[in-house]
Design a binder for this molecule. Structure first.
Ligand SMILES: *[C@@H]1O[C@H](CO)[C@@H](O)[C@H](O)[C@H]1NC(C)=O
Ligand SMILES: *[C@@H]1O[C@H](CO)[C@@H](O)[C@H](O)[C@H]1NC(C)=O
Ligand SMILES: *[C@@H]1O[C@H](CO)[C@@H](O)[C@H](O)[C@H]1NC(C)=O
Length: 439
C-alpha cells in the first residue's frame, strides 16, 4: 500500500524517492510503518548493516545535482536511472523486507518504462558522436603561466600529513589526534600560519544553554606571490555553500596553475579548498543545518611553536574551561525529550547508540554521534559525526585505522576502558522507533 501511494506520487510529479532524511512524515504512513515494523524486524536485523539502497538513492541524487539534470525522457536521465537500478539490484539480497528498497525499486523501474528508456538509450548509442567546434584561441594578452613546479609544494623532509576537524556540538580533533568536545560560543581561530587562516563562529543550538554548533566559517588563503593573492572564503550554516571565494573567483588563476582553488563536491553542501603551494586541503560541509570543517596540512606547517599557537583550536584544542567531559555526561544521561521532523520523541542513550551504530561510526565518532543527538535533541545531528569520520577516512586513512574499533559508548575519562561490543539485542521498540525516525 505504501509502495503504491509513493508510486502514484512518482507518476504525478518528477520522481521523489523516499529518503531517510526526508523530513516530511505523513500520519498515515507513520501508522502503517508502526504496523509493519514488527513484520520488518526480521528483515531489519538480518540486513541492518548490508542493505545499500540508501547509498544508491544518494548516489543518484548526487549525480543528478552534479549534472543539474531535470528528469525527463532523454539519454542522461535514462543512464542515471539505469545506474540506479543496477546499484539497487546489486544490493537486492541484503534488502529483503526493506521498505525503502522495495518502494524505490518500484519507482525506478516504472519511471524507466514510462520514459521508454530502453529505446532512448539504444538510439543514443546508435547516433554519431557530436563534433564540437575547436575552442577559440586564448587572447594574446594573458601572461604565460608559471612553470608548474613554481607553485608546487616541496617538503624539506618527509611531508607527513596531519588532520584537524571540527564538527557537531562542536567536537575538535586536533592536529595531534586528540578528540575534545567543547562549549564554544562566538568566534574562535582554528588555524593561523603564514599561508592560511581559518576561523569558526559557534552559536547556540535550540534552547539548551550548553549546546553550540558552528554557524559560520571563514578561510583566508594569504597573499603569496607568485602563487596567489589573498582569497577569502565564507560559509554560513543558513545558506548554500558558495562555489567561489568572496570575490567570485574559484581559483588563484591560470597563471599560477590555479594553486589555490575552491572545488564543489556536492553543490551547496560540500566544498574543498586546495592550496597546492603548501599541499593543503580544507573541506567544509553543511550537515544538519550546521557547518563542519576538516583540514589536512603537512605537519611542518601545522605545528606551531607554543608561543605562536594562541587560541588555535586545531593546535591546542579548546581551553580547559570550555571542555565538556562528554563521556561523563553520557554516562549519566536519562531520557531526553527530543523533536524529530516536528514530532516529539523520547531518546535514550541506548536507543541513540543503536542508531549511531547503524551509521557505522566508531570510537570517538560514536560518542560524538550519541552526545550530539542527546544534547541537541536533534537526530539529524548524527550525520555530522558520520560525515566527519568519512572525511578522516579519506584525508588520513591511517588515522582512522588507528582508532579503537569500538561500537559502544566509551567509559568516562578515568573509568575502565570500553570493552569491545557484544552485539546488543535490537529491542522491538527501539527498532520500531528507528524505522520511524529514519522517515
Ligand atoms: C601532499 O599530501 C598528500 C597527502 O598527504 C601526499 O600524499 C603527497 O605526497 C603530498 N605531496 C607532496 C609534494 O608532499
Ligand atoms: C544567515 O544569517 C546571517 C547572520 O546570522 C544573515 O545575515 C543572513 O541574511 C542569513 N541568510 C539567510 C539566507 O537567511
Ligand atoms: C570495524 O570492524 C568491523 C567489523 O570487524 C568492520 O566491518 C569495520 O570496517 C571496522 N571499521 C573500521 C573503521 O575499521
Amino acid at each position: 500500500m505504501v509502495a503504491r501511494r509513493a508510486g502514484a506520487r512518482g507518476r504525478l510529479s518528477a520522481m521523489q524517492f523516499l529518503s531517510p532524511f526526508d523530513p516530511g512524515i505523513r500520519a498515515a504512513t507513520l501508522l502503517l510503518l508502526l504496523l509493519l515494523s514488527s513484520l520488518l524486524l526480521t528483515g531489519l536485523s538480518a540486513a541492518a548493516g548490508e542493505c545499500r539502497s540508501e547509498h544508491c538513492s544518494r548516489e543518484y541524487e548526487r549525480s543528478r545535482e552534479r549534472l543539474q539534470l531535470v528528469e525527463r525522457p532523454e539519454p542522461n536521465t535514462c543512464r542515471l536511472l539505469g545506474a540506479f537500478s543496477d546499484c539497487m539490484r546489486k544490493t537486492k539480497r541484503a534488502c529483503r523486507g526493506h521498505l525503502y528498497f522495495h518502494t524505490n525499486m518500484g519507482i525506478v523501474e516504472r519511471t524507466f518504462r514510462k520514459y521508454d528508456c530502453r529505446r532512448i538509450l539504444a538510439e543514443a548509442a546508435a547516433a554519431p558522436p557530436v563534433t564540437r567546434a575547436p575552442p577559440p584561441p586564448p587572447p594574446p594578452t594573458v601572461p604565460a603561466p608559471l612553470d608548474d613546479s613554481v607553485c608546487s609544494y616541496r617538503a624539506a623532509a618527509a611531508a607527513e600529513p596531519v588532520v584537524c576537524s571540527l564538527f557537531g556540538d562542536p567536537h575538535v580533533r586536533t592536529f595531534g589526534g586528540e578528540f575534545q568536545t567543547c562549549r564554544l560560543l562566538g568566534a574562535w581561530p582554528l588555524l593561523d600560519n603564514a599561508y592560511l587562516a581559518a576561523q569558526v563562529t559557534n552559536s547556540r543550538v535550540g534552547s539548551d544553554e550548553c549546546a553550540t554548533a558552528p554557524t559560520k566559517l571563514t578561510v583566508i588563503v594569504k597573499h603569496n606571490e607568485p602563487c596567489t593573492g589573498q582569497l577569502t572564503y565564507e560559509a554560513r550554516a543558513n545558506e548554500s555553500l558558495p562555489r567561489a571565494f568572496v570575490d567570485g573567483a574559484v581559483s588563484s588563476g591560470a597563471r599560477s596553475q590555479h594553486s589555490a582553488a575552491v572545488t564543489t563536491l556536492v553543490p551547496g553542501l560540500h566544498v574543498a579548498i586546495t592550496v597546492r603551494h603548501i599541499n593543503a586541503t580544507l573541506e567544509i560541509r553543511r550537515v544538519a543545518g550546521h557547518l563542519s570543517f576538516s583540514a589536512r596540512l603537512p605537519r611542518e606547517l601545522a605545528e606551531q611553536p607554543e608561543a605562536r599557537r594562541g587560541l588555535q583550536l586545531c593546535s591546542r584544542g579548546c581551553l580547559q574551561r570550555e571542555r565538556v567531559d562528554y563521556r561523563r555526561v553520557l554516562s549519566s544521561v536519562g531520557r531526553v525529550d527530543a523533536v524529530h521532523a516536528g514530532r516529539p520523541v523520547v531518546l535514550t542513550a541506548e536507543l541513540v547508540t543503536d542508531m549511531c551504530r547503524q551509521n557505522r561510526v566508531i570510537g570517538p565518532y560514536l560518542d560524538a554521534c550519541v552526545f550530539d543527538a542527546l544534547s541537541t535533541g536533534k537526530t539529524a545531528f548524527m550525520e555530522a559525526a558520520r560525515e566527519a569520520q568519512r572525511d578522516l577516512e579519506r584525508l588520513l586513512p591511517q588515522a582512522l585505522r588507528q582508532l579503537p574499533n569500538r561500537t559502544r559508548l566509551g567509559s568516562p575519562v578515568g573509568g575502565a576502558p570500553g570493552r569491545p561490543a557484544a552485539a546488543a539485542p535490537l529491542l522491538a521498540a527501539a527498532a520500531a522507533l528507528w524505522v520511524l525516525l529514519r522517515r
